[in-house]
Design a protein around this ligand. Structure first.
Ligand code: CTP
Ligand code: CA
Length: 227
């Protein structure tokens, strides 16, 4: 349905979003990943486009349809996601980090498939920490000069508010969105806690698209009031 009267609170904004998991290769046939479905990030991308923004979506490996009007860049690893995100962030005015970036990647990539040893000894894998995409963008020139508004997501298993508050400060971002509940991965609905410098606000359990639209409205309000 074409609605001429639909409000466009993000008109003129360029919203950059990361979504989905990352895949950290061990060898040509194996890797380390997680259960992120990408649903929330894709819903946010759709909601931002509906709100009139130009939207760039950097997506890890997910089975999701690209929302209408959204420019999608597919990546696999956290390092690829960082590179694509940094490049797109040069033009963005809002950055929303919804991806479940793998915290670690195998220290080395084996060019050939690792074969089973004759003695039955399993391989030992070393890991290194991945770059923090959100923190990197938030520490960048555009974010620090107020040209790029950064929003993070957090999945916590316990002490949600305390962890979310600490995470927002650690990442140096104005707004952090925490998933309430055991796990939101793969579900169609979610329950969110918005944490900013003033306090927190809960968005009650609803389909992810409904929550994404509310989140986008909250971001638009903060851009307007420069909160
Ligand atoms: N994030 C990111 N790059 C990473 C790790 C996280 O951009 N390498 C972003 C996520 O997209 C999310 C936010 O940082 O917006 C918080 O991610 P989370 O996994 O909750 O926090 P971490 O800093 O990784 O800490 P931990 O997993 O130990 O709680
Ligand atoms: Ca993490």
């Amino acid at each position: 349905v074409i609605s001429f009267f639909q409000p466009k609170p993000l008109a003129g904004q360029h919203v950059l979003i990361t979504a989905g998991p990352t895949f950290e290769a061990i060898d040509p046939v194996r890797g380390v990943t997680n259960h992120s479905s990408g649903k929330m990030g894709f819903a946010v991308a759709r909601a931002a486009a509906e709100a009139g923004a130009e939207v760039t979506l950097v997506a890890g490996p997910v089975a999701q349809a690209t929302p209408r009007g959204v420019c999608r860049i597919d990546v696999q690893s956290a390092q690829q996601m960082l590179a694509a995100t940094l490049q797109a962030s040069e033009r963005a005015t809002v950055f929303i980090a919804a991806a479940a970036v793998a915290d670690w990647r195998p220290a080395e990539f084996h060019d050939h498939k690792i074969k089973k040893a004759v003695d039955g000894q399993p391989p030992t894998l070393q890991f290194v920490e991945n770059p923090d995409i959100l923190a990197t963008v938030a520490q960048g020139e555009r974010a620090r000069s107020g040209q790029l508004y950064c929003v993070g997501f957090a999945a916590e298993s316990h002490d949600l508010l305390a962890h979310a508050t600490a995470k927002r400060q650690r990442k140096g971002i104005p707004l952090l969105v925490a998933n309430i509940g055991p796990t939101a991965f793969g579900r169609d609905d979610n329950e969110l806690l918005l944490v900013d410098a003033h306090g927190f606000q809960a968005l009650e359990r609803a389909p992810k698209l409904v929550l994404a639209r509310k989140l986008v409205a909250e971001i638009a309000r903060r851009l307007k009031t420069k909160e």
